[in-house]
Design a protein around this ligand. Structure first.
Ligand SMILES: NC(=O)C1=CN([C@@H]2O[C@H](COP(=O)(O)OP(=O)(O)OC[C@H]3O[C@@H](n4cnc5c(N)ncnc54)[C@H](OP(=O)(O)O)[C@@H]3O)[C@@H](O)[C@H]2O)C=CC1
Ligand SMILES: O=C(O)C(=O)[C@@H](O)[C@H](O)C(=O)CO
Length: 277
């Protein structure tokens, strides 16, 4: 397998170009799946308070032969912890569950605009970065307008915006906006949760042309459009396959054909109306 390269965030820190999603990896099997992911070469691990698996992720890290300093651990502040003080308390609790003294990246999980506290929460993240408890700070499910508001009100640009992104919902305008202001895009549900994407012609044709699996084509597409995918797999063989995407390049025509599959979100999770606590 080719090693996973890194990109540079707007705060100068490196971030791996692909990470391991951990949604639904819980219990002893969850620990095993995360451990297998680290063994397969993943260094970026994506968890969240709401996945209820920060302890499992922390246990896999503690038992891993890989140095903590070589890992890139992301977690997320849930909606019920929005607010300046609440964000700080939430992060201290995440660190305790993970058994870590810092997070590499911490995100506001959903903006929950009707609550009206994402700017205060962002100020909490800035404070956490100043205190060294979080190295890089970012957001998830934010619109261009919400990003602009954070920057105008605090002067601090998020390092990352993690959003729903896959060939059915390529978010071309948002990715371009991120690029123009120095925000790194991350793709959640990058494989559309194995919901039929792998049988699409532009994907099967590119897989045949490059001698790789459809999932590898999809993940390489993410990196070539400038986004970091965080595929979830609990299966060691698929974990290895998903990370092994840097030994081939899609042609510009293949990238365009895959982006042409656009049809919309997986479910109705428009962050202007969908809120999670
Ligand atoms: N910020 C946010 O609001 C959100 C963040 N996320 C993050 O993004 C991560 C990834 O998204 P997720 O929703 O889990 O969905 P993904 O698009 O990563 O798909 C995961 C599904 O695809 C299957 N799969 C993985 N690899 C392959 C493969 N090579 N071939 C066939 N099937 C495969 C997995 O099964 P198996 O495990 O059996 O391999 C699983 O069923 C999450 O785990 C979470 O960390 C997700 C949703 C929202
Ligand atoms: O996985 C995440 O990070 C989420 O935010 C999920 O709750 C996601 O929105 C979902 O799967 C809801 O059904």
């Amino acid at each position: 397998m080719t090693a996973i390269p890194t990109l540079e965030l707007n705060d100068g820190r490196p971030i791996p170009e692909i990470g391991l999603g951990t949604y639904a990896m819980t219990g002893p099997e969850g620990v095993e799946s995360v451990a297998a992911g680290i063994e397969s070469g993943y260094r970026l691990l994506d968890t969240a308070v709401n996945y209820e698996n920060e302890r499992e992720v922390g246990q896999a890290i503690a038992e891993s032969p890989v140095d903590r300093a070589d890992l890139f651990v992301t977690s997320k502040i849930p909606g019920r912890h929005h607010g300046f003080d609440e964000a700080i308390a939430s992060t201290e609790e995440s660190l305790a569950r993970l058994g870590l003294d810092y997070l590499d990246l911490h995100l506001i999980h959903w903006p929950n605009p009707s609550v009206g506290k994402y700017v205060d929460t962002w100020r909490g993240l800035i404070e956490l970065r100043d205190r060294g408890l979080v190295k890089s700070i970012g957001v998830s499910n934010f619109t261009a307008e919400m990003l602009t508001e954070l920057i105008e009100k605090t002067g601090v640009t998020p390092a990352v915006n993690q959003v729903e992104l896959h060939p059915y919902f390529p978010q071309t305008a948002l990715v371009e906006f991120h690029r123009s202001i120095g925000v790194q895009t991350e793709s959640w549900s990058p494989l559309y949760r194995d919901g039929g994407l792998f049988a699409e012609d532009p994907i099967t044709e590119a897989a045949r042309a490059h001698g790789v699996e459809p999932a590898q084509v999809v993940l390489r597409w993410h990196t070539q459009i400038g986004s970091i995918p965080i595929p979830k797999s609990a299966n060691p063989e698929r974990q290895r396959q998903n990370a092994d995407i840097f030994g081939f390049d899609l042609t510009p025509a293949e990238v365009a054909a895959i982006s042409g599959l656009e049809r919309g979100r997986m479910k109705d999770r428009d962050p202007l109306s969908h809120e999670e606590m």
